[in-house]
Design a protein around this ligand. Structure first.
Ligand SMILES: Nc1ncnc2c1ncn2[C@@H]1O[C@H](COP(=O)(O)OP(=O)(O)OP(=O)(O)O)[C@@H](O)[C@H]1O
Ligand SMILES: O=c1ccn([C@@H]2O[C@H](COP(=O)(O)O)[C@@H](O)[C@H]2O)c(=O)[nH]1
Ligand SMILES: [Mg+2]
Length: 243
């Protein structure tokens, strides 16, 4: 079980127009606020094993997470699902989140990390799949600052845009963002803001790139050996983070 120590303060917003300007600006503001850790870090009784699951919209992250949960006993935290739950519960951020989701924009880091943190703190599991997060460099830094941990490994489901569009448009789960208009925006955001995060973890040697074209079972056969090779690293003893 994770314990919360201190909580972090205000969120950040920006009025810059282009995606890359906005990302750079927000990252700069965020870094200026967080050069020294200002709290919000959680402590834990057991060593966590954190996997970030990344990929474009409709690349199959959620589908593969279900298989990883079944096979390896992870707790699946989909950032998108946590945000949709906030919308459905009419929470104070619900309207802002709904607007961002319809526009394919990224919700402020503090909001998303708080939701992820709450789930991690209340879980008895130490193995987490964090699906669809971090989506920006600012998200990534916020997670490090507020959770006080980095992922052990990062999965990247690499899927052609055409395939992602087809999958999203036939998903049929009633999601407000499963339409061509929002999908085009989400793809642009993915390329401009999320690919840099993927490159960051590639440079750190933590990235496992998976060809996301094929049947669900074929794709899982690429995923399985990654976790088989990590089994020794998710021991449940110790009180220090293993990175
Ligand atoms: N390998 C596959 N081949 C064909 N369809 C797939 C495959 N994997 C998943 N799907 C289907 O594609 C759709 C999108 O999959 P999924 O929801 O897992 O993607 P995602 O990456 O989580 O998307 P999002 O980022 O929008 O949440 C679903 O309808 C799912 O059933
Ligand atoms: O970290 C996150 C994750 C998601 N969002 C917003 O939610 C939608 C849907 O996310 P999925 O992971 O595809 O379910 C996404 O387009 C964003 O608008 C977010 O802001 N931050
Ligand atoms: Mg998903």
């Amino acid at each position: 079980m994770w314990r919360r120590v201190i909580s972090l303060s205000s969120s950040i917003s920006s009025s810059k127009s282009t995606l890359s300007n906005q990302a750079a600006y927000r990252l700069k503001v965020w870094e200026s606020l967080t050069t020294e850790p200002k709290g919000g870090i959680v402590s834990w009784d057991k060593t966590p094993f954190i996997t970030f699951v990344l990929g474009g919209p409709g690349s199959g992250k959620g589908t593969q997470c279900e298989k990883i949960v079944e096979t390896f006993g992870f707790t699946h935290l989909s950032a998108g699902d946590l945000l949709r739950r906030e919308i459905a519960s009419n929470s104070k951020d619900g309207t802002m989140i709904l607007k961002a989701v319809i526009e394919g924009k990224i919700v402020p880091s503090e909001v998303t990390v708080k939701l992820i943190k709450k789930e991690m703190e209340s879980s008895d599991n130490v193995k987490f799949l964090i699906d669809g997060f971090p989506r920006t460099e600012e998200n990534r830094i916020a997670f490090e600052q507020m959770i006080g941990a980095e992922p052990n490994i990062v999965l990247y489901f690499d899927c052609p845009e055409k395939e992602m569009v087809e999958r999203v448009l036939s998903r049929n789960q009633g999601r407000v963002d499963d339409n061509i208009n929002t999908m085009e925006k989400r793809l642009k955001v993915f390329e401009a803001l999320s690919l840099p995060v993927i490159n960051y973890y590639s440079n750190k040697g933590k990235l496992h790139k998976i060809d996301a074209v094929g049947t669900v079972d074929e794709i899982f056969e690429q995923v399985r050996p990654i976790f088989d090779a990590c089994k020794d690293n998710w021991s449940t003893t110790g009180d220090k983070m293993r990175i």
